[in-house]
Design a protein around this ligand. Structure first.
Ligand SMILES: [Zn+2]
Length: 352
């Protein structure tokens, strides 16, 4: 009898310990306790320029587990990635989850609202180049700082979603950026494979200083959180195929991390890209592509041309390397120095 009482007392103590591991998690104005999806905002006050409110959801499962951050919309017109996270906020059932998911579907509100590609129109800055941010900088820097403090530092893992912008016809791919820590790199590599996109860019040229991380993925990785970037969608379109590639990818990474039941089924034989050859326009004018996203091209092959406003060819675009067309300009508007295309050079061997 006494033994049974002791067992009851012990199991209650364990109950309390389990509860103690699971207090509410607060991000911005959203506090979720176990079993809840709670939405709110990260409020970034005005300073040298206007403030902003970044929407987010905290989805907290009843069982303990890691915290995964899913972020999109640093570029507010890369719509498929934004819609993918809007859907996940609605579709993820907290009851199924072990751990917590922080979803930030749209970082660059002004870009989305004003249809401005690439930049935050408030300060003219790229919202995926200023991490870890600066609490006293312009809006982009203050937002980046708030995301570092509220999202990155509260997470164990992070996925940053992008896609082709309004002027980019892009085929889906992920980036894997190892940081030199074998254990962390093995986890981030497994996350990329679990996500399932069949083309993976090995990025080895990322910053190594956490105080000058530039990219959100690098910002998380250099803070010890396995992280990667995935891209799908193009040229302002929201195609089901692209949205599902991103939502299924996130769900599969959650399975790999044991945050959802089931197996991840990682991609078996992805095409690894060892280098990206970017082509900048040598001429302003009217651009005509001759290849499509995802095509394979040979070095020297003519992949497009730029004419003047009367149709006279000013410049022939030739592939600087053989490889896969990761993205190519999707609109005729062309300024000197604009990116015409990115060619992914296929790796000679599978990176470890
Ligand atoms: Zn982007």
């Amino acid at each position: 009898m006494r033994k049974r009482l002791a067992l009851v007392l012990l199991s209650c103590a364990l109950c309390e310990a389990a509860t103690a591991q699971q207090p509410g998690l607060t991000v911005g104005t959203a506090t979720a306790v176990a079993g809840q999806t709670v939405t709110g905002f990260i409020e970034v006050p005005a300073a040298s320029d206007v403030g902003t409110k970044i929407p987010l959801a905290v989805i907290r499962g009843p069982k303990p587990g890691p915290t995964l951050a899913l972020v999109a919309g640093a570029h507010g017109t890369e719509y498929a990635s934004i819609i993918a996270l809007e859907k996940l906020i609605q579709e993820l059932n907290p009851a199924d989850i072990s751990g917590t998911v922080i979803i930030v579907p749209l970082v660059n509100i002004a870009s989305f609202a004003q249809l401005v590609p690439h930049l935050n129109p408030v300060d003219g800055k790229n919202m995926n180049r200023f991490y870890p941010g600066n609490p006293n900088g312009t809006q982009t820097e203050r937002v980046s700082w708030a995301i570092t403090k509220q999202v990155v530092e509260r997470s164990d893992y992070l996925i940053d979603l992008h896609g082709g912008d309004l002027d980019e016809s892009l085929r889906p791919y992920s980036y894997w950026g190892p940081v030199g820590n074998a254990q962390q790199d093995a986890v981030s590599r497994a996350m990329v494979l679990a996500f399932g996109l069949d083309t993976i860019i090995l990025s080895t040229d990322r910053p190594r200083d956490p105080n000058a991380a530039r990219y959100l993925e690098t910002n998380a990785s250099l803070r010890g959180k396995p992280s990667f970037t995935a891209e799908a969608g193009f040229a302002g379109t929201v195609q089901l195929e692209d949205v599902m590639a991103l939502t299924n990818g996130c769900l599969n990474v959650m399975r790999y991390l044991k945050m959802l039941p089931g197996n991840a089924h990682p991609v078996q034989d992805p095409v690894w890209i060892e280098r990206v050859a970017s082509i900048s326009s040598e001429s302003a004018g009217v651009f005509y592509p001759l290849v499509k996203r995802g095509w394979y091209v040979q070095e020297g092959m003519k992949i497009g041309y730029v004419t003047d406003l009367f149709g006279k060819t000013l410049w022939e675009v030739r592939a600087p390397s053989g490889g896969v067309v990761l993205h190519i300009c999707s609109v005729p508007s062309m300024k000197k120095g604009d990116t015409v295309a990115n060619i992914g050079v296929v790796a000679s061997r599978v990176p470890e």
